[in-house]
Ligand binder design. Structure first.
Ligand code: SF4
Length: 396
């Protein structure tokens, strides 16, 4: 019998949480309440959305996001707009842009995100985005302008600034240059709005990681296994990740996402402290022992989370999601699997995800995986516990 898990799930209600942490803006001097900015909910907007909400709210501007990706959205608004062959997460952007055009926004804001905010900054070589992510706005824009300019014909401004969250001190200049022509803004205002956005993003991050910690503590207290999803942030989009994590929740398994694991010192010292002491790694955030070309932000975090999952006893299964034609994921499959399995954690991959949800095959695979989880989780927990120091007081 299926049991609905009592622990709050992560991922699916992620965007609904947008409203929860809205910061109160300082008083905005100019009235911009009539301006509607549309932001497509695509690719790395999934990891930076709260910044954009905080930034535009501080300027007194309303933000409208597109819906989750869906086959209908893609068929209705996106098909025929694609000018290059690519992975589906990039192609799906066309549907999001078409949907926002139909919502009569004044500005379509589609940032080219060069680098990402990451808790691993300082421990890795860089935190850049996949090149397809960076270039997606310009690529997709071409599909809306090659015959007729669909933006200017509707009086919509298409703004696509190059932004570097890896060097946040550059953000005010990048955003001021992009917006000054269309909005009556001062550089100072933009600088304040950037600060506001970054604080909003930090608050949101801390909030979700706190929720993950609740799940971790619950698993320890109840001695129940959990599942970790290793993916890209946009696999939280129901039309990109196809809600595979939800299938596991219906079987009673709480799901943690790789990009929101708890980062509390006491927890990381418990999991990684022995290796730090032995000089194998410099800190709990060091991934150089398993991954030397640490340039890509999402990939670095996937690798780090694989190390976390391999050590944390109550994560007994890891689900890897990957999209069709993802060149970035290919070289990571074997190393990630090896890391995860090195202390006995079970590893399962759902690769080649595309626009169509293969509902039947997902269900069959989930049932099979659940069988293995039920059979082996207790042994995995005990084995992994035996390889760690005693439980920290926060978990006992
Ligand atoms: S990381 Fe993979 S799925 Fe994501 S945009 Fe790049 S190629 Fe596409």
């Amino acid at each position: 019998m299926k049991v609905i898990h009592p622990v709050p799930k992560l991922g699916i209600n992620y965007f609904i949480m947008l409203g929860i942490l809205k910061r109160k803006g300082e008083k905005v001097k100019k009235d911009r309440s009539g301006i509607k900015v549309g932001i497509p909910k695509f690719l790395n907007i999934w990891g930076t959305h709260q910044f954009w909400v905080g930034f535009f709210n501080h300027l007194g501007i309303k933000v409208v996001f597109s819906s989750d990706t869906s086959e209908e959205q893609y068929r209705q608004y996106g098909k025929g707009r694609i000018t290059m062959d690519s992975c589906f997460p990039v192609k799906a952007l066309a549907g999001h842009i078409g949907e926002l055009l139909a919502k009569n926004v004044d500005i379509l804001f589609v940032p080219m995100i060069y680098s990402l905010p990451s808790f691993l900054r300082g421990h890795v070589l860089d935190t850049v985005s996949c090149t397809r992510v960076m270039m997606a706005p310009e690529n997709i824009k071409a599909g809306f302008t090659r015959e007729k300019d669909e933006f200017s014909s509707r009086g919509v401004r298409f703004i696509s600034p190059f932004v570097t969250f890896g060097e946040p001190e550059l953000l005010p200049k990048q955003l001021y240059e992009a917006l000054k022509e269309f909005l009556d803004l001062s550089y100072q205002e933009v600088t304040q709005a950037v600060k506001h956005g970054l604080r909003s993003l930090e608050d949101f991050d801390a909030y979700i990681r706190g929720k993950s910690l609740e799940i971790v503590k619950w698993c320890v207290k109840e001695n129940k296994p959990a599942i970790l999803v290793l993916a890209r942030p946009y696999h939280m989009d129901t039309g990109i990740g196809h809600e595979i994590d939800v299938e596991f929740q219906t079987y009673g398994y709480p799901v943690l996402w790789y990009n929101y694991l708890p980062l509390d010192d006491w927890l990381l010292n418990w999991l990684f402290g022995q290796e730090v002491k032995a000089g194998i790694i410099k800190s709990p955030f060091d991934i150089s022992d398993v991954w030397t070309s640490s340039y890509s932000s999402n990939t670095n975090e996937i690798i780090w989370a694989a190390k976390f999952a391999c050590r944390f006893p109550w994560i007994t299964g890891v689900i890897r999601l990957s999209s069709y034609e993802c060149g970035m994921d290919q070289p990571t499959f074997t190393p990630v699997q090896k890391i995860v399995e090195s202390r006995g954690t079970l590893y399962f991959k759902f690769g080649e995800l595309d626009e169509t949800k293969p509902a039947g095959s997902i269900k069959i695979r989930v049932e099979t995986i659940v069988y293995y989880l039920e059979k082996y989780s207790a042994d995995i927990i005990n084995k992994k516990l035996s390889m760690l120091p005693p439980l920290p007081k926060e978990l006992s």
